[in-house]
Design a protein around this ligand. Structure first.
Ligand SMILES: [Mg+2]
Length: 220
């Protein structure tokens, strides 16, 4: 039986987000931070290879030297352990901090990350430590419904940035007025990541991306 789970939409007011400025909603992994690199280092220290030869996650984890990838359950356990204990060690994506600092001069920033709940404290600390003291929401599943619920609370223009096409398509479906942008931070992933630039401009350089976001949210 499929049970429907009621989606709880956080209040922008309680998050400290003003309705007087445009709202930019930004992902963390492979957008603000180099997740694959950090998770790869975590796996390497435990005797696993993380082979980035396709756009996948658990299917890319191998016991060192193995031909078949690790079973998905063990991969998921490693993923959860990484988020509970090591996710504050990832490197910021090049240019991301400067770009968000620039955007924040004229817009509100909200961080929307699909990460396990146990990541909340470390992920928040990571953001603050890197000069990004913006509200953080941890979520799961396609990001369209929660984004639509957030966007509905402000009369201002909105933008959304993510590395994953399913999240971008979900936001376009549920919140069509929101400008969507794709950014893939890891250079090894860039040629592998599915894109649809006719629907979501793909801009892997953060300085260019910030300029495009500003053009979208501040146009007359
Ligand atoms: Mg991501």
């Amino acid at each position: 039986m499929v049970e429907s789970v009621a989606l709880v939409i956080p209040s922008l007011e309680k998050l400290g987000i003003s309705r007087d400025r445009p709202l930019v909603i930004v992902d963390v992994d492979e957008v603000l931070g180099l997740f694959m690199k950090g998770f790869g280092g975590f796996l390497d220290a435990r005797g696993y290879d993380f082979r980035i030869d396709r756009f996948a996650l658990f299917q890319n984890i191998y016991v060192r030297g193995a031909v078949e990838h690790l079973d998905l359950e063990t991969g998921r356990a490693l993923f959860n352990e990484f988020f509970a204990s090591h996710c504050a060690e990832i490197e910021p994506a090049p240019g991301a901090i400067e770009a968000l600092t620039r955007l924040h001069r004229r817009a509100e920033i909200l961080i929307l990350s699909n990460a396990p709940p146990q990541a909340e404290q470390l992920r928040g600390e990571w953001l603050r430590r890197h000069g990004l003291p913006h509200p953080l929401i941890l979520s799961s599943g396609p990001k369209g419904p929660i984004t639509a619920g957030l966007v509905a609370q402000t009369p201002q223009r909105t933008a959304f940035v993510d590395d994953l096409l399913p999240n971008l398509d979900s936001v376009a479906e549920h919140s069509p007025a929101t400008a969507t942008f794709q950014h893939v931070a890891d250079e090894r992933l860039r040629p592998l990541a599915p894109s649809a630039p006719e629907r979501h401009p793909r801009i892997d350089d953060w300085a260019e991306l910030a300029a495009a976001i500003e053009a979208a949210i501040h146009r007359p």
